[in-house]
Each structure stands twice: as C-alpha cells, then as structure tokens.
Design a protein around this ligand. Structure first.
Ligand SMILES: [Zn+2]
Length: 158
C-alpha cells in the first residue's frame, strides 16, 4: 500500500487521535458529557479487572465535545496547571465511530489524562500497534477489536 493509502486507512479505522499536553493557567468547569460516561465506567472496570481502584469521579477530569480541534484530530487531552484535565472530543469524528472505536478514543485520552502516558508507536511483528497509546501518525497500524482488546488493555494499565 502506498503511504497515502495507509494514512487514509488509518483515518477510516481509528481517526487521528491525539494529544496535546498543554499547560494553561485557567481551568474550565469539569463536566463529563453523558455520552462519555459509559466509557469512563468501562475504563474503571478494565482497571478493576487488573487490580487498580480507579475512581474517575474523584479526579479533576472533564470530558466535553469540541468543534475546535485541529483537522483530523479526534480527541485531545489538555492538562491545566491547576491539575485539572479536560478531554476534548471532536463531535463529527465521534458520530462516525463504532462503540469499540469510541472506547478506543476515550481510553486513549484517559491514557494521557489519567495514566499520564505519552504516545507509543511500537509495532508488533505484523506491523500492528502494540499500544492504545499509538499516536496515529505513523510507525504502526492501529487496530482495536474484540480479539486484541484484552491484550491492549493489559498493556494500557500495566
Ligand atoms: Zn494521544
């Protein structure tokens, strides 16, 4: 596949995700849009299955839709100097995603905002990304399915 086609496949499958870890001084109010609540709960459950007691409601983490993300950016985690963190999700990208792709996006952003993880673009022997924390900008091909979900969640929380 040409580089262009590879990139196109990327956007179709996962969209481009990703993060800007910005430092800003003022912090907006922290709300979690109800659209994201099930995925916040799934993140807590996935952590609990791995022995982690995660209470996102006790964290200064908000999640809201935004129409102001950069082109091709599906989500973004912004960290404020107050300690607050906000996940911004592109509404249009969200609308076109399956449930699994939505989970991938929220888990990726919580990987930044809650787990403080940076991007990891390591590929396995077949070229597929070994981590949910892939940048979406190259190095590996993103794939998140019922078949590799558990393995990727192990990697996310390990
Ligand atoms: Zn990211």
């Amino acid at each position: 596949m040409s580089h262009h086609a590879t990139r196109l496949l990327f956007f179709l499958v996962l969209g481009s995700l990703f993060v800007a870890c910005e430092k800003q001084s003022s912090s907006p109010s922290l709300t979690v849009d109800e659209a994201f609540q099930p995925y916040f709960e799934a993140f807590e459950a996935a952590g609990a299955e791995r022995g982690l007691a995660i209470e996102l409601g006790a964290e200064d983490i908000g999640a809201v839709f935004s129409s102001e993300l950069e082109t091709q950016m599906a989500g973004k985690c912004t960290k404020f100097s107050t300690g607050a963190r906000i996940i911004y999700i592109d509404q249009q990208s969200w609308a076109g995603r399956s449930e699994l792709q939505r989970e991938f996006l929220i888990f990726h952003e919580l990987g930044h905002c809650y787990l403080d993880r940076p991007h990891l673009d390591e590929a396995d022997a077949n070229g597929f990304c070994v981590s949910i924390m892939q940048s979406g900008e190259g190095g590996c091909t993103g794939r998140y399915t019922v078949l590799n979900r558990e393995r990727l969640l192990d990697e996310l929380f390990e």
